[in-house]
Design a protein around this ligand. Structure first.
Ligand code: AMP
Length: 257
């Protein structure tokens, strides 16, 4: 497995692999079973699997959230190796955003609702870093999780609007046996918060925003939103806080994903 820190190195590592199908799995590390499902799908479909490992400062509004984001590169590289990743791209922030950086991509409408409303600038950061990764790696297909349904929707729009030659593959949400969607942020939950957080998948399973809100409030979770979102497929999506930890989840209402 090659670990590249610079754009020049990752491009050089991929230069001789352009004949086959290249798959990209963008991650921010703190890898768990959700990431492994993306890597597994990429490994099955592609000749070359590239995983990016980059905690993107541009998509965090709150410096405490960015600084407290779990990081364990040694372990992440072991997980990537075990998943059969060929190339890890793990740049520094200054490699992607050098001094003088000033170009941003904004998906204006889809990026402004729901998560975008509660985390201003979040999707500008996501869209920008993903476009950079697409340009640097030039994958045939990029893998994203249904867990972040709005992110998928924003990126689908970006790919269409900018005429990118790139397929987007969406992988179903991986959950713990108790129903909680895997997330790097779950590590921050106390046992008591985690027990209350289980109301989130239970609420979404009702497929009804009003019933879901009642279940979330009864569990003393702070509800930021719980709404039917007109994505493809439509989802019931929610964002809540359990103590200091913000959790998002969604349940597709049509397809079995
Ligand atoms: P992150 O490292 O949190 O930016 O996530 C990297 C990718 O993994 C994104 O496409 C996420 O949607 C996806 N992902 C995160 N959690 C899960 C999960 N529980 N199931 C499936 N995909 C996930």
């Amino acid at each position: 497995m090659i670990v590249s820190r610079t754009i020049a190195d990752v491009r050089a590592a991929l230069a001789e692999r352009r004949d086959g199908r290249v798959g990209l799995v963008p991650t921010m590390g703190a890898l768990h079973g959700g990431h492994e499902a993306l890597l597994g799908a990429a490994r099955r479909d592609c000749d070359t699997v590239v995983m990016s490992l980059f905690v993107n400062p541009a998509q965090f509004g709150d410096p405490a959230d960015l600084n407290g984001y779990p990081r364990d590169e040694g372990r992440d590289l072991e997980v990537a190796r075990a998943a059969g990743v060929d190339v890890v791209f793990a740049p520094t922030a200054s490699e992607l955003y050098p001094a003088g950086y000033q170009t941003w991509v904004e998906v204006t409408e889809l990026g402004a609702i729901l998560e975008g409303e509660h985390r201003p600038g979040h999707f500008r950061g996501v869209a920008t870093v993903c476009l950079k990764l697409f340009t640097i790696v030039r994958p045939d297909v990029a893998y994203f999780g249904q867990k972040d349904a709005q992110q998928v929707e924003v990126l689908r729009r970006l790919i269409a609007d900018l005429h990118l030659e790139l397929e987007l593959a969406v992988v179903p949400t991986v959950r713990d046996p108790d129903g909680l969607a895997l997330s790097s942020r779950n590590a921050r939950l106390s046992a008591e918060e985690r027990a209350r957080a289980l109301a989130l998948p239970r609420a979404l399973a009702t497929h009804d925003p009003e019933t879901a809100r009642t279940i979330l409030e009864d569990a003393r979770l702070d509800v930021e939103y719980v709404v039917l979102a007109p994505f493809a497929p439509p989802v019931l999506a929610a964002a809540v806080r359990a103590g200091e930890t913000r959790l998002i989840d969604n349940i597709p209402l049509e397809e079995d994903v």
